[in-house]
Design a binder for this molecule. Sequence first.
Ligand code: SF4
Length: 294
Amino acid sequence: MKIEIDPGAGPCFGVERAIEKAETILKEKSVLYTVGDLIHNEAEVERLEKIGMKTIAMDQAISGEYPNVLFRAHGEPPSSYQNTKDARVEVEDATCPIVINLQKKIAKTYSTIKNDKGQIILFGKKNHPEVISLLGHCENTAMVIEKLEDLNSIDFSIPIYLYSQTTKYRSEYFLIKKEVEHRISELNIKDSSHFNFHDSSCKIVARRDEQLQDFVEGKDLILFVSGTKSSNGKQLFQICKNTGVESYFISRIEELKKEWFLSKDNIGISGATSTPKWLLEQMSSRVKELVEAL
Ligand code: SF4
């Protein structure tokens, strides 16, 4: 039996950077307070908590009780920076540079349309930390859409600036773009500046979609390892399921069931952009043990 770890799996650059930052601070200070889950992977959060990381909420962060805090890769709205500054809390910032870039673009668009006609439409998951951070950069004026049907509540006669949360499905985003173009054309609006499309989905995530499809091909079974809160994990798992290959979403080693591996020759292990490599390796070792015991 062949057991293979997806070579394209493992933390993306933004997540890796946030983890490295947390580890560096923990080496210096032995305690670290992060505002919200540092990353959407419970196993990695637990590992960091064992060496001193503590997860707190924003209202705790500005209570004056904690001298310094770390902002996670998803980013924060401007109010978080202002509130921590007012509370004299030192901030270490692990916001992914790609997210910072998107925040700046949205802020710039907002300043352009503030005194003019226009609306920002954001394709993303409502209440996702990144979306909350992006909304903060346009004074919460953007309309968040989660699916194609949500376009029904948009007034297409008003100029549109379309953005996507970095981790949303690129293919779905482009379907939304096409539908926006169609609805505008139905209004017979010819002005090309009426629709401003921003290709803001993260290219690292987009590449993972394609890599994962290639990896799944020819496998008898896929173990997809991800934190339960990871929206990227849920999307990538859906790719595995869509291929028709028997696929399981797991977060912890204890969830493995040996009966899954009966009559299987080629097992693939993959994960989300927040799944640590050490967890994939642990899964692989445990699968080997279970298979040997069959
Ligand atoms: S998915 Fe892309 S944007 Fe999000 S943290 Fe990773 S590298 Fe940054």
